[in-house]
Ligand binder design. Structure first.
Ligand code: PLP
Length: 394
């Protein structure tokens, strides 16, 4: 493995401090490195592999499409894309879909749609966006501009203008940032990269009400917390609040690069031909992936499993919090959970990896749990056993 890692460090740009393993293949809840060592996976490629690895039904559908037609450009229609859009619109309770190639592009599209909606309504440009401190929306310039962590943004300024940051879960802070040019409020209903912070019911309902009163669009970034992760198909459904635009990616394709922004009929109507585009976005290959993923969510009752096992995981993490005084907080919904420690978690994660458990952090102090959604309680027990040893060694 060392040779591969040395080569990688010569040829890949150093934008990540990668874990020192080279992964080779996966099966269900497990990943294997090139030496054949087995790892229990509680990260799912950052909330991507919701259905676990090497799922036959999914693989077969993709292989078939490779031999049929992978790409058409968006000047043509294709059946997998039409079917995927219908299913995604239904699952989200929204009306119209634009497929992208990643999460950050979905966010870019959502920003453009909100600004175009403002432009049409007010007859002028200049729509401002309110985002949240601690939020994460992606790495491209628009998405970065609304990402609420200064250290990600600073070196890349000037970013897009007309962005304000409010304090997450503080309604007054949102109110204080609103003016006549505010076109949208964007938030993750459960902040992911920022440290697994769920919105409170009062906050999310309160923001919806403010937006309704002032004619402002509400955008939910569901890229990490959506696709069943928190126990409902999209996390806003668990809160009972309906947005005007959502962004989706990560588990949407379960490994195939695909994202989407989805909006109501009224809001979608702001876009006209020529306003937005993508060469690859929503091609038949990714269309098949989205179709299969959404089908399997139904046939395998994925949401029921998230609710059952999510509750169990939450219980077990609460027990850890009781046992170790240096665990300062436990937060999360469904299978999106976090443990906050009084010191950096890097070493614990490295030790877990040595013992065959893949975990990631969210910021310096939070261990993040994002397992494939197909796990059962025995996987939780196994994870807790290994993590307990790592915590005992602190
Ligand atoms: C991962 C993530 C993104 C960015 O998605 P990419 O596919 O990495 O561009 C945006 N928003 C949230 C909430 C995310 O978790």
């Amino acid at each position: 493995m060392k040779q591969y890692i040395d080569e990688a460090e010569k040829v890949l740009m150093h934008t990540y401090n990668r874990y020192k393993i080279v992964l080779d293949h996966g099966q269900g809840m497990y990943l294997y490195d090139v030496n054949g060592k087995k790892y229990l996976d509680f990260t799912a490629g950052i909330a991507v592999f919701a259905l676990g690895y090497n799922m036959e039904e999914y693989n077969e559908a993709l292989k078939k499409q490779v031999d049929t037609l992978m790409h058409t450009s968006n000047y043509f229609y294709s059946i997998p894309t039409i079917e995927a859009a219908k299913k995604l619109a239904k699952a989200s309770g929204m009306d119209r879909v634009f497929f992208t190639n990643s999460g950050t592009e979905a966010v870019e599209g959502a920003i453009k749609l909100a600004r175009k909606y403002f432009y049409k309504k007010k007859g002028k440009a200049g729509g401002e966006i309110i985002s949240m401190e601690g939020s994460f929306h992606g790495r491209s310039m628009g998405a970065l501009s609304i990402t609420g962590t200064k250290k990600y943004r600073e070196a890349f300024e000037p970013l897009i203008g007309g962005v304000k940051f409010a304090t997450f879960n503080n309604l007054d802070s949102v109110k204080n940032n609103i003016n006549d040019n505010t076109c949208a409020v964007i938030m993750e209903p459960v902040q992911g990269e920022g440290g697994i912070y769920p919105a409170t019911e009062d906050f999310i309902n309160g923001v919806r009400k403010i937006c309704d009163d002032k004619g402002i669009l509400l955008i939910f970034d569901e890229i990490q917390c959506g696709m069943g992760r928190t126990g409902s198909m999209f996390s806003y459904q668990g809160y009972g609040v309906k947005p005007d635009i959502i962004t989706c990616a990560k588990a949407l394709g379960c490994g195939v690069p695909v994202g989407a922004f989805v909006a109501t009929e009224d809001v979608s109507g702001a876009f006209e031909p020529g306003d937005h585009g993508t060469t690859y976005g929503g091609n038949p290959f990714v269309g098949v992936a989205v179709n299969k993923v959404l089908d399997i969510y139904e046939s395998e009752s994925i949401l029921d499993n998230v609710n059952t096992v999510g509750q169990y995981l939450s219980l077990k993490l609460d027990e850890l919090k009781q046992r170790y005084s240096f665990i300062t907080d436990h937060r999360g919904r469904g299978l999106m959970q976090g443990l906050e420690l009084a010191f950096p978690v890097e070493e614990i994660i490295a030790n877990a990896l040595n013992m065959g458990l893949i975990l990631i952090s969210a910021g310096k102090y939070v261990i993040r749990f994002l397992p494939p959604l197909i796990l059962d309680k025995s996987h939780v027990d196994k994870m807790i056993d290994i993590l307990t040893i790592c915590l005992d060694n602190v």
